[in-house]
Design a protein around this ligand. Sequence first.
Ligand SMILES: Cc1cc2nc3c(=O)[nH]c(=O)nc-3n(C[C@H](O)[C@H](O)[C@H](O)COP(=O)(O)O)c2cc1C
Length: 223
Amino acid sequence: MNDISQMRTVFDKHEPLDIKTMPDSPVKLFEQWFELARHTEHLAEPNAFVLSTANHAGRLRTRTVLLKYFDHHGFVFFTNYHSQKAHDISENPQVSVCFPWYPLQRQLLIEGRAEKISQAESLKYFASRPKESQIGAWVSQQSQVIDSRQLLIDKAKQLAQRFAGKSVPLPDFWGGYRIRPTRFEFWQGQPGRLHDRIQYTTTELDDKVLDDSTIWEKQRLSP
Ligand SMILES: Cc1cc2nc3c(=O)[nH]c(=O)nc-3n(C[C@H](O)[C@H](O)[C@H](O)COP(=O)(O)O)c2cc1C
């Protein structure tokens, strides 16, 4: 029996959002929502977000990555610089992000431009990773077709021997991207499908580095 059409939830977890009392900075509000998400039971991987990229031809691709830190300048994740997403970003830096916090009856959307962080900044994070993950970064030619899983296991073993008792260097094909946001949307379910949607936009130009003095416009969108 297929009863998917009858699956629905009453969205009643939160008081309606009041645009007047919401912070002027979407980064501040992100922080508040993130703090709640990370302390919510049964909300797996609160720092995971769905990242969509488009290549020069407009072909879209979507996958999950992990947020590692954020501030007024942007939201940072780490990946392989030869991966499909990296190719897409090199052709078109515009990206779209969704944090799907369903147990909270919330989603948080961000649009912006992704740019590589410096090698020194990547190294700082890489050095903090467990050795197994550092070796994993070396092993994987992310997004390439491979013949078998065994190839990965063998390569990981070889590299573990090579780096035994030594620190693992940062691969030059691995590092972080900072997403510099130009739009946020805070979505929160409400009864009767009268959901809250508050967007923050900034018209500040792409080449201006965003910071805590950035001026954001707040608007309510129809659900
Ligand atoms: C929960 C979760 C977290 C992930 N985190 C990352 C990440 O931080 N960085 C990354 O490169 N891939 C991460 N992945 C794997 C990506 O979804 C994806 O398979 C990989 O980056 C290759 O994507 P691409 O071929 O589109 O470049 C994660 C997957 C899941 C399910």
